[in-house]
Design a protein around this ligand. Structure first.
Ligand code: SF4
Ligand code: SF4
Length: 239
């Protein structure tokens, strides 16, 4: 399969969100408290994912903007290695990430209640941001920009938040899904799959409501904007 590089940013936030990544990851080396901004990011993605699955990743995430605008032009844009799609690996990585973060929190707990504590806490978050920028960026160059997103601990947190909503039978009025207006008009050209940052085989995955219910869809609208038949749209989830 030859994946195609197409524009993925359709809003100002998507286009320039990567500046926030640079600010926190690099600026945090000089002014550690900048890392505390990551707490807002975590809150934002937890709330939005409860209501609208992985919308955050495709529309707000600063690292997502970095992958799609800075890494994509230089990426080999190959198939996402199977390994990264493995659930055991992504949840295992999530546990490792939490363990590591917990260990760092414990290390700085002695400074709790002082200004030093805020600096040290900010530094933990900003260096984590820098690590994702470097490691995720390198993996993105070698494979495809959104490979990191398959195992990203923040993305896993989104899945858990969304899953919790489903568990308590919460029906979100804000959840939207990629929808095909008429399957008989589809030419099976597969362009939607070839441009999809998450490499979802869109035209072969519509459910009985003509919607994509794959949790990995980041609702970025790249498939919508590239479908030559203009039959895709983002509509309210039917179930
Ligand atoms: S299916 Fe469409 S909206 Fe979902 S991630 Fe792929 S391109 Fe984006
Ligand atoms: S891009 Fe449009 S026409 Fe082509 S396969 Fe996808 S839904 Fe069908």
């Amino acid at each position: 399969m030859n994946f195609i590089k197409k524009k993925r940013s359709f809003s100002i936030i998507r286009k320039y969100g990567f500046l926030f990544t640079f600010l926190v990851a690099i600026g945090g080396l000089f002014y550690p408290k900048l890392g505390l901004l990551v707490l807002l990011i975590m809150l934002g993605l937890l709330v939005t994912s409860f209501f609208n699955a992985k919308f955050w990743c495709g529309n707000i995430c600063p690292h997502g903007s970095y992958f799609d605008n800075i890494i994509l032009p230089m990426s080999r844009n190959t198939k996402i290695p199977k390994f990264f799609k493995n659930k055991v690996f992504s949840y295992g990585f999530f546990i490792f990430f939490l363990f590591n973060l917990g260990r760092k929190f414990l290390d700085i707990s002695q400074y709790f209640g002082t200004m030093t504590f805020l600096d040290k806490l900010g530094s933990i978050f900003s260096t984590t941001y820098l690590m994702v920028m470097i490691v995720g960026g390198l993996i993105g160059l070698i494979t495809t920009p959104r490979t990191w997103c398959q195992i990203c601990p923040m993305g896993t947190m989104e899945k858990l938040s969304y899953g919790f909503g489903k568990l308590i039978k919460f029906k979100s009025p804000y959840e939207k899904r990629i929808t095909i207006s008429d399957t008989s008009l589809c030419k099976d050209c597969g362009l939607c799959y070839k441009v999809c940052p998450m490499q979802i085989d869109v035209n072969n995955n519509f459910d009985e409501y003509n919607q994509i219910s794959d949790i990995n869809c980041i609702k970025c609208k790249t498939c919508i904007n590239n479908c030559p038949m203009k039959i895709l749209s983002l509509e309210k989830a039917k179930i």
